[in-house]
Design a protein around this ligand. Structure first.
Ligand code: NDP
Length: 445
């Protein structure tokens, strides 16, 4: 990191103590920005890095709810409205016990640049709660969502802040959240959320978008190397929304997915993962991935196993942050992996990223590779605004175009800044410049 940027980083760390994931996300972006400040001294003069690293607004609130036995629980809710220079605050809600301010801020910070890369008019935000949806009944989930929205609703609006889902928040949760919003406000403003059900204002392809988009990004990276997905052996971590639709698109484009996981273990099925079964277990029955092995005797379940030790040509981390450390990255590279496409946010530690870049494999960071989800959320907003609904094929074509453009702009920016093939630099610089120009244009506000 160049000297003046390092000093800014140290001030951010001191100002936000204990928020390690936020520090990691900021450092990773700032490390790319030295040459940008040389080309654009006005960004340093106008303190653009400092302004972008400080959220515009941070909301923390109490979420009380009652379980089925009548016991009261208190969770904490968050919404960090990070930057609205390019458009309304946009970014998902995460329900997971690991959630605290540092996680929401890392995700919100990443979201600013990701949203800028889509080329669509959306600012960056993130929210969520330390609530653990695992093992809760439908009614408990509903009561929690209602309590969460009872506070959050006053901060939302079509022209203010439009959340979507993330870990632990899918169609069911968004439905309960919107139901409560509608009840409190007495307004059918489905434009305040994206990722909605198709019957109440949602967009086709939104469910599939993050996973499909990540695969399109990998397809483009391979194209640059005169390679394709056809016949490639792949592993995909996680078995949630992003993982499932990553696996679906990989299979559709001729690749073979041999492993997926959840936080308890890994399923390895050399014949190829049976996606219909994964969908039934995870989306319908809400079970653990270990149950997969009961249906396929030739599949292996590795309790507590490490998915990254399984040899593959393409790896697509689609579970959570820092799931690939230096050792995992070494295993992947050593076993002949040629491409990594991040469906998850910041799934690779800085040491892991360095190993991928040094090895010269095609490495697509989440900020660029998983932007298809939020891009399709913006397409959902366009359909809502025009009271229109587009076909699956039309929407998917738009998603494909957006991902192809994000790939091209990150690739070209990396080249322009003397880091050919380095999509980390490409994504950070291209995203930052877009936001920085807008911040400059809006004045000191
Ligand atoms: P889901 O809740 O649908 O699925 C999450 C999956 O990851 C589950 O299989 C879960 O296993 C696993 N997982 C979660 N936390 C951990 C952990 N600490 N250790 C190991 N495994 C874990 O979430 P999504 O698929 O929506 O999100 C996955 C990733 O993609 C996240 O990083 C998210 O931020 C990112 N992302 C999501 C977008 C979207 O549109 N949904 C958009 C862009 C990025 P288990 O059930 O055992 O917890």
């Amino acid at each position: 990191m160049v000297e003046n940027v390092e000093a800014i980083y140290q001030r951010i760390v001191a100002r936000n103590p204990g928020e390690t994931e936020f520090h990691q996300a900021v450092k990773e972006v700032l490390e790319s920005l030295g040459p940008v400040l040389v080309k654009h001294p006005e960004f340093a003069e106008l303190k653009i890095i400092e302004r972008i690293s400080e959220p515009e607004r941070q909301i923390i609130f109490r979420v009380p709810w009652q379980d089925d036995r009548g016991e009261i629980h208190i969770n904490r809710g968050f919404r960090v409205e990070f930057n609205s220079a390019l458009g309304v605050y946009k970014g998902g809600l995460r329900f997971h016990p690991s959630v605290y301010l540092g996680i929401i801020k890392f995700l919100g910070f990443e979201q600013i640049f990701k949203n800028a890369l889509t080329g669509l008019p959306i600012g960056g935000a993130k929210g969520g709660s330390d609530f653990d949806p695992k093992g809760k009944s439908d009614n408990e989930i509903m009561r929690f969502c209602q309590s969460f929205m009872t506070e959050l609703y006053r901060h939302l609006g079509e022209h203010t802040d439009v959340p979507a889902g993330d870990i632990g928040v899918g169609g069911r949760e968004l439905g309960y959240l919107f139901g409560q919003y509608k009840r409190i406000t007495n307004r059918y403003e489905s434009t305040v959320l994206t990722g909605k059900g198709i019957s109440w204002g949602g967009s086709l392809v939104r469910t599939e978008a993050t996973g499909y988009g990540a695969v399109y990004f990998v397809r483009e990276m391979l194209k640059m190397r005169k390679e394709s997905l056809e016949g490639k052996t792949c592993i995909v971590s996680g078995s949630g929304n992003v993982a499932i639709y990553t696996m679906e698109k990989l299979a559709e484009l001729g690749a073979k997915v041999i492993a997926c996981s959840d936080s308890n273990g890994v399923i390895v099925h050399e014949k190829g993962i049976d996606l219909d079964l994964v969908k039934r277990l995870k989306e319908v029955e809400r079970r653990r991935i270990s149950d997969y092995a009961d249906h396929h005797k030739d599949a292996k379940y590795l309790a507590g196993g490490n998915i990254w030790k399984i040899p593959c040509q393409i790896a697509m981390p689609s579970a959570t942050q820092n799931e690939i450390n230096g050792n995992d990255a070494r295993h992947l590279v050593g076993n002949g992996c040629i491409a990594v496409g991040e469906g998850a946010n910041m799934p690779t530690t800085p040491e892991g990223v360095k190993i991928f870049l040094d090895a010269g494999i095609a490495y697509g960071p989440g900020k660029a590779a998983n932007a298809g989800g939020v891009a399709t959320s913006a397409l959902e907003m366009q359909q809502n605004a025009s009271r229109d609904s587009w076909s699956f094929e039309y929407t998917e074509r738009k998603l494909d175009d957006i991902m192809t453009r994000i790939h091209a702009s990150t690739y070209e920016t990396a080249e322009e800044y003397g880091a050919a093939g380095n999509y980390v630099v490409g994504a950070n610089v291209a995203g930052f410049i877009k936001v920085a120009r807008a911040v400059v244009a809006l004045g000191c506000i």
